[in-house]
Design a binder for this molecule. Structure first.
Ligand code: SAM
Length: 220
């Protein structure tokens, strides 16, 4: 890739962080650094790379999307990662959010239901030298029991209700962030597991593709 093009991408990235993310109240410095360093344009097809730092989601094939940069930041900040966590991500998609999580936590387990997307994400994450991410193809609404408990779980597709297996696989003190609602609009919910049960917080409105699976929406 020509040097000037590379510089353009890093300028666009800095503008994305300043104008779409920091200006909307995201303050976590490690997260802002990760967003500044990860080449988001490499997670989308070449024809869309010039739009990779714009303020909206983009198609990644199979009728799925890479989420809007601000939404990735908001969800990640809500996980309150300090560096030593095992994180579960449901919905690998392009692999972009997995890369962000891998910069902020110790180990990332990510589940994608569509094999072609999982394969593409594995390839780019390997080329970018991420060795602390494991991706599996399955129904993420069931979680990943063998690797539980998780200190943080993020669900990057919209569910009708909080999938119970994910709550069960949260460590005490762990945070789960998940969009809940109907297929047209959802509310981002944070669930915190405590000794006594769970606490639920509303983080605002959002719009995601459907979480399809046993504890999500039925169908294709
Ligand atoms: N985190 C992704 C990224 O950084 O590109 C964005 C993910 S996209 C908005 C949602 C993804 O969730 C899609 O790739 C979709 O196939 C996946 N998905 C939907 N239901 C799922 C399920 N039950 N288990 C695993 N993945 C699922």
């Amino acid at each position: 890739m020509a040097m000037s093009h590379k510089l353009d991408f890093s300028r666009s990235r800095k503008r994305m962080v300043d104008e779409q993310i920091a200006s909307r109240g995201i303050e976590n410095v490690r997260l802002l650094d990760a967003l500044n360093n990860i080449p988001r344009h490499l997670f989308v097809e070449e024809a869309l790379q010039d739009q990779a730092y714009n303020d909206y989601p983009l198609p990644i094939g199979e009728k799925q999307t890479i989420s809007q940069p601000y939404m990735v930041a908001l969800m990640t900040e809500a996980l309150e990662l300090r560096g030593g966590e095992r994180v579960l991500e449901i919905g690998t998609g392009s692999g972009y959010q997995a890369a962000i999580l891998a910069e902020l936590a110790e180990w990332v387990y990510s589940i994608e239901r569509i094999r072609s997307l999982a394969n593409r994400a594995r390839k780019i994450l390997c080329e970018l030298n991420y060795y602390n991410i494991e991706i599996r193809v399955s129904d993420g609404t069931r979680g990943w029991k063998e690797k539980a408990p998780f200190q943080a779980i993020t669900v990057t597709a919209g569910a009708p209700e909080v999938p119970q297996p994910l709550v069960d696989q949260l460590a005490v003190g762990g945070r789960l962030v998940v969009p809940i609602g109907d297929v047209f609009s959802q509310t981002l919910i944070r669930v915190i597991r405590t000794e006594e049960g769970i606490e639920r917080e509303d983080l605002g409105g959002c719009h995601f593709v459907r979480l399809i699976g046993k504890y999500g929406w039925q169908g294709e």
